[in-house]
Design a protein. Structure first.
Length: 118
């Protein structure tokens, strides 16, 4: 049986190194470029969306979730991975990511945690 996967410090740092610059680029672009250079701002937003899609696609193919009700292990599409409500929670002093998903086997809708496949 697989264990829940703890979010490591390096994963936190990688996520922040991607998310923070993207947010800064959008904020600066919106503040300075939108009035006169809207086409540059639109290009920045497009690049940001493409980067987010690439990250979601890479994550979706590598992450397996386990239903707490029936034990079914399954993967989700990149679209579902991005659109599903998700977050992090602390249990027993460790941080875990979760997504609110529907099990393809028993159709239970609940918070599901990724399992360690390694």
């Amino acid at each position: 049986m697989s264990d829940y996967q703890e979010i490591t410090e390096s994963e936190w740092k990688k996520s922040l190194l991607i998310i923070v610059p993207l947010v800064i680029i959008i904020a600066v672009g919106a503040f300075f470029l939108l009035p006169d250079y809207w086409h540059i701002w639109a290009a920045l937003v497009t690049v940001t969306v493409i980067v987010v899609i690439i990250i979601a696609a890479r994550e979706a193919k590598d992450v397996v979730f386990k239903c707490p009700k029936c034990g079914q292990e399954f993967t989700v599409s990149a679209f579902k991975s991005v659109m599903a409500p998700h977050g992090v929670t602390k249990k027993d002093g460790k941080w875990y990511e979760w997504k609110h998903l529907e099990c393809p086997m028993c159709h239970e809708k609940t918070k599901m945690y990724p399992v360690d496949t390694g």
